[in-house]
Design a protein around this ligand. Structure first.
Ligand code: PGA
Length: 271
């Protein structure tokens, strides 16, 4: 991997590395059992040939993990969970531990998704305990961060993202960072059809990467993958992925249609 020095442009400082893209389909609380299996079958059929060049993960609802895992088989797609609880077991009604996820061959988990933070009310501290517990159990983590519209309008975009990143990674060692991907998902872009411009996304990705360099080192910063998420579709993906700073996407709505999702994976491979 070639790592460039800090970009001399100051705030936009960035370490350039060669990173394999990762595209995730976050199905959220959608599909039923039959639809989930059908979607998984179609994603396998469409993506198989692309997996040598791009990591692809799907995140079905908890009850369908096992069936979707079976449909994914051993074709190389990653089975992901939308959330996890940090305790290994015990009296935590309704929660699911990383051991349970590993039992179902889950390899990767979303932590701190904006809907967990803003709808369910998870704070940075809880997100961090989930990140650490997941990493310790061997899961790969996608740590999601992102500012609300109000925070952006108040000029607090970088501050909010850096705070969520630093808090989320508290206690995570350099070695463990190999298991971490960051998803920058501005809340105002999620499910709204209002995608961030590549320029806006890159600006935040650079700040994220610089922060990781400050927390760890340049090698780590250069190799961590940073996805963009928020109204990514097959039509806008190529423009986003043309930016070397954007290492793939976390996709909600468009991941529920196999053709759309495949279009996004193809754009990642072609970038
Ligand atoms: P969206 O969701 O693609 O529907 O905007 C993205 C996400 O929440 O991960």
């Amino acid at each position: 991997m070639t790592l460039g020095a800090w970009d001399a442009q100051g705030v936009g400082a960035v370490v350039v590395g060669e990173r394999r893209s990762i595209v995730g389909g976050n199905w959220k609380m959608n599909t039923d059992l039959a639809a989930a299996v059908e979607l998984a079958d179609n994603v396998v059929a469409g993506c198989q040939a692309l997996l040598s060049e791009c990591d692809v993960a799907v995140f079905p609802p908890f009850p369908y993990l096992q069936a979707v895992g079976r449909a994914l088989g051993n074709h190389g797609l990653l089975l992901g969970a939308q959330d996890v609880y940090h305790q290994p077991n015990g009296a935590y009604t309704g929660e699911v531990s990383s051991a349970m996820l590993l039992d179902l061959n889950v390899q990767i988990v979303l932590v701190g998704h904006s809907e967990r933070r803003h709808v369910i009310g998870e704070d940075n501290e809880l997100v961090n305990t989930k990140v650490r517990a997941s990493l310790e159990s061997g899961l790969h983590v996608i740590l999601c961060i992102g500012e609300t519209l109000e925070q952006r309008q108040a000029g607090r975009t970088n501050q909010v993202n850096v705070a969520q990143l630093v808090a989320g990674l508290q206690g995570v060692g350099t070695e463990q960072m190999r298991q971490v991907t960051v998803a920058y998902e501005p809340v105002w872009a999620i499910g709204t059809g209002q995608t961030a411009t590549p320029r806006d996304a890159v600006a935040v990705h650079r700040v994220v990467r610089r922060t990781i360099a400050d927390l760890y080192d340049e090698d780590t910063a250069g190799s961590v993958r940073i996805q963009y998420g928020g109204s990514v579709t097959a039509s806008n993906a190529a423009d986003l992925f043309a930016e070397p700073e954007i290492d793939g996407a976390l996709v909600g709505g468009a991941s529920l249609e196999a053709d759309q999702f495949m279009g996004i994976v193809r754009a990642a491979v072609e970038s």
